[in-house]
Design a protein around this ligand. Structure first.
Ligand code: GDP
Length: 340
């Protein structure tokens, strides 16, 4: 059999993750630990054992380090003590909506901090002579209002939100350091969801409301722009893609998406149907105050490059994703009812 040439043979070592308690960080930490990696994670505050809140998942076996992404000195000294083989930068302000409320903080923690981390990584690599691989969780928001869909790695970078602008700085910085000789890659991630998605994102907001309305525990759901079209994938699939990108033979940028898009309204219809409600229009309102100053009409990624070069394909489609999230929210509600 021909040997698999898509992945480099990297011995198991130490990985450092920012955003480690988030959706992607927690799935990635579990995956790396199960394969024998030592996993270090950056957290803003000391984690309570077993913490499992909205948007924060603690994983047993991870060594957590308290530090702030906006303080390069703190992150730098943690990196110097951990001396990782791999760095996954998944942290920062993850919500486009929040970036409109905190544009400066977004620029700092999702943009400038990445430049600082790349420089620290480069210096550390120079000092120790040991390669450190860097994976940036980049975003489809780079493309803003793209002229066509699907978008690929050559689509012009033209962000239309503070989040996209900060991610664009980080994305460019990754290619600058790659040009300098570092193994630095970007995963251009489209929206990706799971049962660990916090309710500030539209998918979880919809599935938790659909479950609650069906159970008679909530009356109505208010949403902003229901016409937005997004390419929603399954977060564990996307974590697998990031892992393949950092283990590839060469550093590079890859779009990570499903290639299939749906409107927010399609998501609503599918979620309410899964919860047993056919007439979702009777319980869903549009609230203009939830719409954003600018919002790309359609985001859909072209996965030809990652499929052909790294053999990656998504394993979970739209209907399965929506149903899994609704079922999870129904299970949580059933647990709450049993306790009360
Ligand atoms: P984002 O793509 O990272 O901003 O992920 P979101 O899940 O927050 O938003 C996805 C899309 O849903 C965007 O086009 C939003 O404008 C749209 N949307 C419509 N109503 C809402 C809402 O009530 N909350 C959020 N978060 N998004 C909404």
């Amino acid at each position: 059999m021909k040997p698999l040439s898509k992945a480099a043979a990297i011995p198991v070592g130490a990985a450092f993750l920012t955003g480690v308690t988030g959706q992607d960080g927690s799935y990635l930490a579990e995956s790396l630990l199960s394969r024998g990696w030592e996993v270090h994670g950056l957290v803003r505050h000391q984690l309570l054992p077993g913490a499992h809140g909205d948007g924060e998942t603690a994983v047993e076996g991870v060594e957590y380090h308290v530090g702030d992404l906006s303080r390069p000195d703190e992150v730098g000294s943690i990196l110097e003590s951990v001396k990782p083989d791999l760095i996954f930068n998944l942290g920062g302000i993850s919500s486009v909506y929040q970036s409109w409320q905190h544009p400066y903080d977004t620029a700092l923690v999702s943009g400038a901090s990445v430049v600082a981390m790349l420089e620290t990584t480069w210096q550390l690599q120079q000092a120790t002579g040991k390669e450190i691989r860097f994976l940036q969780a980049s975003s489809a928001e780079l493309f803003g209002e793209a002229e066509s869909a699907p978008q690929n790695e050559t689509t012009p970078i033209r962000p239309i939100s503070p989040y996209g602008a900060a991610k664009a700085l980080a994305h460019h910085a990754v290619s600058v350091y790659r040009g300098r000789g570092m193994f630095a890659s970007s995963a251009i991630l489209y929206n990706h969801e799971s049962v660990r998605r916090p309710a500030k994102f539209v998918t979880r907001k919809i599935t938790s409301a659909a479950a609650a309305i069906a159970a008679g525990k909530l009356d109505r759901l208010s949403l902003g722009n229901m016409n937005a079209i997004r390419d929603w994938g399954w977060a564990p699939d996307f974590v697998d893609a990031m892992d393949r990108i950092i283990h590839a033979v060469e550093p590079d940028d890859f779009v990570v998406a499903t290639g299939v898009s749906h409107s927010v309204q399609d998501f609503v219809a599918a979620a309410f149907k899964a919860a047993g409600i056919d007439d979702w229009r009777a319980v869903v309102d549009v609230d203009e105050s939830l719409a954003r100053p600018t919002d790309a009409a359609e985001m859909r990624g072209d996965i030809a490059k990652i499929s052909s070069k790294l053999g990656w394909r998504p394993s979970v489609g739209f209907d399965a994703l929506v149903t899994a999230m609704v079922r999870h929210d129904q299970t949580i509600l059933a647990g709450e009812s049993a306790q009360s």
